[in-house]
Design a protein around this ligand. Sequence first.
Ligand SMILES: [Zn+2]
Length: 313
Amino acid sequence: MRYVVCYLMESSSGPVLLDPGWPTDVSWDALAHGIGTAGWAVTDVHGVLISHAHSDHHGLAARVREASGAWVGMHREDAKLLATYRDGSEAEKRNGDFLRLCGVPAEEQTALLVDPAWHARIGELTPDRFVEDGAVGLVPGRDLHARWTPGHTPGHLCFVDREAGVLFTGDHLLPRITSHVGTYDAGGPDVLGEYLHSLDALVTWVGELDPEVLPAHEYRFRGVRTRVSALGRHHEQRAAEIRARLLEIGGGTVWEIAAGIPWSRTWEQTLGGRRRMALAETLAHLRELAARGLVATDGSPPPIWSARPSTPD
Ligand SMILES: [Zn+2]
């Protein structure tokens, strides 16, 4: 992502920051400059809300806390996610298991390894408070409500300020690009199913409000319902491409499926972290399709996936 949009909310106890951004000096300077332009200093920040535990969002939280004494709040599930990163060698082992689960050929695995030191660094943050689904009173004097929207991460949060008519969507709902929704574990929940459910729940939650959407990337927009419908169609399209690929090759590993479906770049150009994310998205789609009875796996190591008839008896 070229940039992250950070939001500063005025409150009776000092400004509350949503998603402070990447853990780099360049980001820090930009953040301090932005807060200054709004008439405050980093040292004034009263609280830091985290939409989700990805380093482009939570990365500077500890540094802001250190400078200002602010509290840091995030959802419990994302605090757990950070704890799993903290032991870099554990993150490295899980990634190795994931690559084998996807059937990545041995000679291709080196290019897809994670950096344990980076994982350990981004996992350092521990929050001061957990923000639960439905939480209120996070920004003194403001009618801000939190909504738990798992999918992009297990503890992703959106926030609505009904009085101001704005909805902060983090990476859950973006105007043009689709959020990364991936599965990196052998077991675990159907994260794509959870994501799609969270999108529908968001539409219900905002109801008649038609808020202005303030996402963490790209630009502000209106039309939650229209955008959610478009994302639903996008994921149906991806599901159809995966089923078509399975029918074409008569079954295959996540690696073989991912290499043969369209991506924003060609598969040869989809390298390193991007390729790892592509595999995780493919696996998330397979899990969602399996939950609907449209694909099945033979359980062998690595699992071979195949399409099932779309109208099972
Ligand atoms: Zn992001």
